[in-house]
Design a protein around this ligand. Structure first.
Ligand SMILES: CC(C)(COP(=O)(O)OP(=O)(O)OC[C@H]1O[C@@H](n2cnc3c(N)ncnc32)[C@H](O)[C@@H]1OP(=O)(O)O)[C@@H](O)C(=O)NCCC(=O)NCCS
Length: 146
């Protein structure tokens, strides 16, 4: 397993996984923007020894704060520690960027994602009622960096 920076050449493979990810799916346009244009976005991939994408993370850095926009593990590769590996890598990366905290919103029902974040010392700060289009609440979580 290896963690590398995503490039526009990875669009098709990422989009294929994105289409099967359970929650908010990025449209083709959104994914292209995240990969090619968003000036604050960092996009990393966890790839196997055949260079196949297993998981990816898209996070934004604005001044001293960072937020996770997307983290996805390919459906048949879940619960094997890959998201945790990727996120641990990102936390170490952020320490080199003078970032003070990492934030995210997660659906209240997304128990595996919440488990992942809690295992990496994120704290639940507040609930955001009806945050998602379908009316589900979000939990806002934060982890200090450094
Ligand atoms: C959330 C998600 C990224 C987790 O990826 P993953 O690679 O399966 O996560 P990991 O294997 O690193 O597991 C992380 C933790 O969750 C737990 N977990 C993950 N899947 C689980 C499952 N199916 N059953 C029980 N526990 C599970 C693991 O045990 C682990 O907990 P631990 O560190 O306390 O042992 C993945 O489920 C996913 O892609 N979901 C769809 C997209 C999504 O919801 N992203 C998050 C949006 S905020």
């Amino acid at each position: 397993m290896n963690i590398i920076k995503a490039s526009k050449d990875n669009f098709d493979a990422i989009y294929e996984i994105e289409k099967t990810s359970t929650y908010e799916k990025m449209s083709e346009e959104e994914l292209k923007y995240e990969l090619n244009e968003n000036p604050v976005a960092f996009f990393f991939l966890l790839v196997n020894n055949n260079d196949e994408i297993i998981a990816y993370i898209d996070f934004w850095i604005t001044f001293d704060s960072s937020t996770i926009f997307k983290i996805v593990t390919k459906e048949n590769e879940r619960n094997k520690g890959y998201a945790k590996k990727l996120l641990t890598y990102v936390i170490e990366f952020l320490k080199t960027k003078d970032v003070l905290y990492l934030t995210l919103e997660v659906r209240k029902s997304n128990i595996y994602a919440i488990k992942l974040y809690e295992s990496l010392e994120f704290e639940k700060i507040v609930e955001k009622p009806k945050y998602y289009k379908d009316g589900e609440d979000a939990i806002y979580m934060v982890r200090g960096i450094n």
